[in-house]
Design a protein around this ligand. Sequence first.
Ligand SMILES: *Cc1c(COP(=O)(O)O)cnc(C)c1O
Length: 296
Amino acid sequence: MNSSSLVSRLDSLAAFGASNVAVDVLRLDLLHPVVSGNKWFKLKKYLSEAGKKTILTFGGAYSNHILATAAAANERGLQSIGIIRGEEPNDYSPTLLQALHNGMKLYFTSRDAYRHKSIPLAVYDNFSFEDLFIIPEGGYGAKGMEGAKDILLNNATGFYTHILSAAGTGTTLAGLTAAANERQQVIGISALKNNFSLTAAIRELLPAEKHHRFTVLYDYHFGGYARQNDELFYFMNLLYKKTAVPTDFVYTAKAFYAAFDLISKGFFKAEDRLLLVHTGGLQGNRSLSKGTLIFE
Ligand SMILES: *Cc1c(COP(=O)(O)O)cnc(C)c1O
């Protein structure tokens, strides 16, 4: 991976926040056409341990994790199974269609069964349990965290004082925190509403001495997971107009919005250097109606 090509400067927007904080973006969205952003890092340790087994994982109908797993497994010649939350829809989402296209077998399960992460019995008509390699929802776990460390370690990121990223399961944030140097602060922007257990979930993946090396901000969810409003779309379009950086409405737009809100509120000092991790996820924008965004 060529680190310099993945970092783009956002100084024009820092100015828009009336501050001289240096802001750069680590464009993980440019890494791979399908296995975008942080998902590639979170999956790689799991996949290298899977051997020849069939990959099984869990997610919703719009899940970036489901699609990334389908594509990454397919590239390695592995079969994959997606356990999808909720009834089988009449019309599959673009995410599910692309997962199918990448050879993933989909099984739909009730929300209740999904909550318990139980494997539908129908799976065992075609697969035996010993042949399955299970990746937890969102890649949460030590292997996901280990892989996510490379987001910082594979790139020249020691220069930054603050690393900011969107957070869902917190696996990525745990990896960033584990890899950050002593002078760096890691900030996570929760994409979910009131999921205050996130801080504990991240700590669980970290050694005790790193438990206070990150902060999660819970006030930038815009109404909840995958919720949005005109202000968010306005921000996404403005950001794109000024910097040509596209964002997704579920994760990265909320994280970047938070960054510029924090800058405008004086959260950072003038000499601080902020790295925004673009965790990808742009495929999710395909669920929006046409014309909402000025970019694809
Ligand atoms: C999955 C995802 C996240 C959340 O990552 P976690 O490791 O679960 O916190 C953030 N951004 C994007 C674009 C994602 O697809």
